[in-house]
Design a protein around this ligand. Structure first.
Ligand code: TXA
Ligand code: MG
Length: 329
């Protein structure tokens, strides 16, 4: 390790004015790169589907994996997720800090469906970094933030590692110096059946076990190593079957539409949800999981899905639709 890497992280030099401008941009639906103790995050308003869609777009080669919602304290976290005893114990012990808890979403959660990729669980984290804390408090909204790297690149632990992300929606990069932990947060799933580590990270297994009072490693089975649930082939599946690239609607089907040129028999669809009447892929991404939930409430056997262009966010949308349409066990 070079002396540079061993150097103490620079004190946050971000001014109060920058924090205020960044918070304002976030509330207006724009994106801000901000430091946390683990890695730099690309943050956007977690309650705003359009802002979240632009996070995926900014990362390039987008993939709708569920994102972590960042909040400033445990009380704010409790508004978003349902904490069982293990989750409460871990949150009390390690927050603020490099721990992410995956818990069931609260019933009236304000978090956008796209943030949690349509899942009924939510990943929540309370970072300890002073700039992240100041930003969360000033913005007053939960921030969805994946690591601020272009897809497939190494996670950034310094502001200067954040390159290629200054798209039109990225308003600011807050430079808080090198990240102290430099490794993403440990993710622990806390739902019925006991806590399980989904991703090793900034908090060690031993530290977690000391709080839980039992071995966690024994619980980790190979399939749990699938860190992102979005990597499973059949996932995000609604109850209805999906028929992709539909050019007509068959009797009894629902319609997941895109654009204004609807397919033959569209007016006979039992239920319709249009991802974007104007054919805007960003809007379509923001609406995808909401639409699937909405159509599922209509108890359809099959949903006809119009073709979506395989460009930009369309790649992520089609990826999710293919998974949702994949054969199920
Ligand atoms: O340290 C960190 O966690 C950084 C900083 C910015 O906070 N963030 C980060 O986010 O690493 P990202 O998007 O690169 O990784 C989030 C991980 C993904 O592996 C995702 O699958 C998982 O969290 N995740 C999110 N929601 C989940 C859920 N409901 N169930 C299971 N896994 C989930
Ligand atoms: Mg990442």
């Amino acid at each position: 390790m070079s002396t540079d890497e061993q150097a103490k992280p620079a004190k946050a030099t971000v001014s109060g004015d920058s924090i205020r401008r960044a918070a304002q941009a976030l509330r207006a639906g724009r994106l801000v790169v901000f430091p946390t103790e683990t890695v730099y995050g690309l943050g956007g308003d977690a309650t705003n589907g359009d802002a979240v869609a632009s996070i995926y777009a900014a990362k390039g080669r987008p993939n709708f994996n569920p994102l972590i919602s960042h909040v400033s304290n445990i009380d704010k976290a409790a508004e978003l997720g349902v904490f069982n005893d293990a989750a409460t114990a871990l949150a009390t012990a390690f927050w603020p800090g490099p721990l992410t808890l995956v818990v069931p979403r609260t019933e009236n959660s304000p978090i956008a469906q796209l943030t949690t990729a349509g899942l009924d669980t939510i990943a929540i984290r309370v970072p300890v970094h002073p700039v992240a804390q100041a930003l969360l408090k000033e913005a007053g909204i939960p921030l969805a933030a994946p690591s601020a790297n272009v897809s497939g690149r190494i996670s950034p632990t310094r502001a200067e590692h954040v390159t290629g992300l200054m798209g039109e929606n990225v308003a600011m990069i807050l430079d808080g110096g090198p990240c102290e932990v430099g490794l993403e947060s440990t993710i622990v799933l806390c739902v019925d059946g006991g806590p399980r580590v989904l991703r090793p990270g900034g908090i060690s297994q031993e530290s977690l076990e000391a709080i839980i009072g039992k071995s966690l490693s024994a619980d980790v089975e190979p399939e749990d190593q699938v860190i992102a649930p979005g990597q499973l082939v059949s996932h995000y599946a609604p109850n209805a079957l999906l028929r992709l690239n539909a050019t007509r609607v068959e009797p009894g089907e629902g319609l997941l539409a895109f654009g204004a040129n609807l397919p033959a028999n569209a007016d006979h669809a039992n239920a319709t949800c249009n991802l974007s009447i104007s054919g805007d892929l960003l809007e379509a991404g923001a609406n995808l999981f909401d639409c699937l939930h909405e159509l599922d409430r209509a108890n359809l056997a099959t949903i006809a899905v119009m073709p979506i262009p395989e460009t930009g966010l369309g790649i992520a949308i089609n990826d999710r639709l293919r998974r949702a349409a994949a054969p199920r066990d």
